[in-house]
Design a protein around this ligand. Structure first.
Ligand code: MN
Length: 358
């Protein structure tokens, strides 16, 4: 297992590579070029500059996140072929600079959704991302987008780039005619085009689950259960068609048994990387994000790490959204302190599991 950390680049992250390097047990990053719009080619120059900077700080950069899929590909529009060509160019460019895994999603419009980005946790005065379907009741998708962009402390959030959401109304209208099966057909068309290239250059695609793990605003969503992912891995049968198993996203639905889902796909060699974090259930379709420690939320992080150890021990993992603690100001979910605590805790679990298994 390689422990990694998400980093947005020196121009758009409040955290430095030096700080990340000083977290015990940190091997590298899950990196991102957060200024790239969906559909754009990531050029060799841009990738090289990013990777060189990470290497110079003594960290690896083998996983890249948020190579976003253009909506025209998801909607199956005639223009999709041009964007698929661009995507393939990006895959080839990333492979040239040592990237092994690309994290992406195939969610219509919304990458992830929360109704509050800084809900105070009464017990200790920290705050975290929060979701309550009831609060969504009167909000339109446009309201929610405005609310999210207005409350992210001046940072753009992954998946919520203002440009990408400019044509929101038109896109939402278009999705009304797309069923989950049609979305899967468009998905297969995309995978059939890119996976042979991934096999050739040694990259694994890792799809991220829907977050939260159920349909929202009537949009077709096809990635939020073990059954969903069984269908996705069958769309194009290859180890390069793999998952980024995000325990918190899938775990937002208590019906998802996360350790079992990890074992199911780990045994099939279909997990390329994981985001590991905890969630606290507050009611039906209502949750907040919690510290990583099992006792702070509703997921069993020991059982999760054990499932990884048993079925996909060579994978990449990273702590995911942390709380904001110790008065830190940063991107909601992506502060330094709580994610660093999470990484150290997960490494501690790993050491214990490893030693007890011998
Ligand atoms: Mn995640």
């Amino acid at each position: 297992m390689k422990m990694t950390f998400r980093w947005y680049g020196s121009d758009s992250d409040s955290i430095t590579l030096k700080q990340i390097r000083q977290i015990p047990g940190m091997s590298g990053l899950m990196g991102v070029l957060d200024y790239k719009a969906a559909g754009e080619v990531w050029t060799e120059e841009e990738i090289k500059a990013y990777v060189d900077e990470v290497h110079a700080a003594g960290l690896e950069c083998e996983v890249i996140e948020s190579v976003n899929v253009h909506e025209d590909i998801k909607m199956g529009l005639p223009t999709r072929d041009k964007y698929i060509e661009n995507y393939i160019t990006t895959i080839r460019n990333l492979a040239k600079y040592g990237i092994k895994v690309i994290v992406y999603n195939f969610m219509p419009v919304f990458d992830w959704l929360r109704t509050d980005l800084a809900r105070e946790i009464p017990e200790d005065g920290s705050n975290s991302l929060y979701f309550d379907e009831k609060e969504l009741g009167d909000m339109t998708p446009v309201d929610l987008v405005r609310n999210t962009i207005d409350n992210c402390n001046g940072f753009t959030l992954p998946g919520w780039e203002p440009e990408r959401l400019a044509e929101l109304e038109t896109t939402l209208e278009h999705y009304k005619n797309i069923t989950p099966d049609m979305l899967r057909e468009n998905y297969k068309y995309f995978l059939d085009a890119i996976i042979p290239v991934c096999e050739e250059v040694g990259i694994r695609m890792a799809v991220h689950p829907d977050d939260p793990a159920w349909p929202i605003f009537g949009l077709p969503r096809i990635s939020h259960s073990q059954e969903d992912f069984d269908k996705i891995v069958a769309l194009h049968d290859s180890p390069a068609n793999a998952l980024c198993l995000c325990t918190g996203s899938l775990g937002s639905n208590p019906e998802n048994d996360i350790p079992n889902i990890i074992r199911h796909f780990g045994e099939k060699d279909r997990i390329a990387c994981l985001h590991v974090r905890n969630v606290k259930y507050l009611g039906h379709r209502k949750f907040r994000e919690a510290a990583h420690l099992s006792s702070e939320g509703d997921l069993d992080l020991f059982e999760i790490m054990k499932a990884i150890y048993d079925t996909c021990p060579d994978t990449y993992i990273r702590p995911d959204h942390g709380r904001m603690i110790w008065d830190e100001v940063g991107r909601p979910g992506y502060g330094l302190y709580d994610r660093a605590l999470g990484a150290v805790y997960l490494n501690g679990l790993w050491e214990a599991i490893n030693k007890m298994s011998k």
